[in-house]
Design a protein around this ligand. Structure first.
Ligand SMILES: C[S@@+](CC[C@H](N)C(=O)[O-])C[C@H]1O[C@@H](n2cnc3c(N)ncnc32)[C@H](O)[C@@H]1O
Length: 195
């Protein structure tokens, strides 16, 4: 695991990114892959952590799957509510258990969120039995605390006490800022009780 040594950003950092007209269209192939994973779950009901501007929310809601999302950026949640007035979004912190209640979902989604936070602590807030679908980058950025370079060591083994990882795939897209190719790992696994 490569640790960047950076400090975690607070919500104002993300507020200013979202105020600047950020769009998430470069993630679309990854989101489509996530929809195909959700599609395999019986009666899926989704909670999204760090829902950003609601791009994935829009795709999930369009399938008719029950969905709600939260983010600690008030600007993000405001953009989500403008985009999808009939979908439930809230301002919430992924470190607080209350953000995960009520447990009316069986799937948790977190795209490009875990690298910004203490990932073990956030996964620890997911109820046992829920399926986590997440993406993590193997490239650096101003706000990344770590880079997930080795799928086995950095994902499967590193989360083993909290998560039984079923599958990991990898995607490449071009950076919005530099145009350079960037790789993301998409994985899903069931939250298990710590032994
Ligand atoms: C790189 S963005 C990804 C957003 C979105 N999931 C996407 O795919 O576009 C990371 C998101 O995580 C949110 N975030 C970071 N730390 C958080 C925390 N402690 N609690 C809730 N949201 C957080 C940020 O506000 C931001 O929206």
């Amino acid at each position: 695991m490569q640790v960047t040594g950076r400090n975690e950003k607070d919500s104002s950092y993300y507020d200013s990114i979202y105020e600047g007209g950020y769009d998430a269209s470069h993630y679309e192939p990854v989101y489509r892959h996530i929809l195909s994973i959700i599609d395999r779950v019986e009666s899926p009901r989704v909670l999204e952590i760090g829902c950003g501007i609601g791009a994935l929310a829009e795709m999930i809601a369009a399938t008719g799957t029950p969905y709600r999302g939260f983010d600690f950026s008030e600007t993000a949640v405001r953009r989500c509510r403008q985009r999808l007035p009939h979908v439930e979004f809230s301002v919430g912190d992924a470190y607080e258990q209350v953000s995960f209640r009520p447990v009316d979902y069986n799937v948790v989604v977190a795209t490009e969120v875990l690298e910004h936070v203490d990932d073990h602590r956030v996964i620890g807030n997911i109820p046992v039995g829920a399926l986590l679908i997440a993406t993590v980058p193997d490239f650096d950025d101003d706000s990344h605390l770590r880079l997930y370079r080795d799928v086995r060591v950095d994902i499967v083994e590193r989360f083993a006490l909290l998560l039984k990882v079923h599958q990991v795939g990898s995607f490449t897209s071009n950076s919005l800022t530099t145009g350079a190719p960037q790789t993301y790992h998409v994985f899903y696994g069931t939250r298990v009780a710590a032994e």
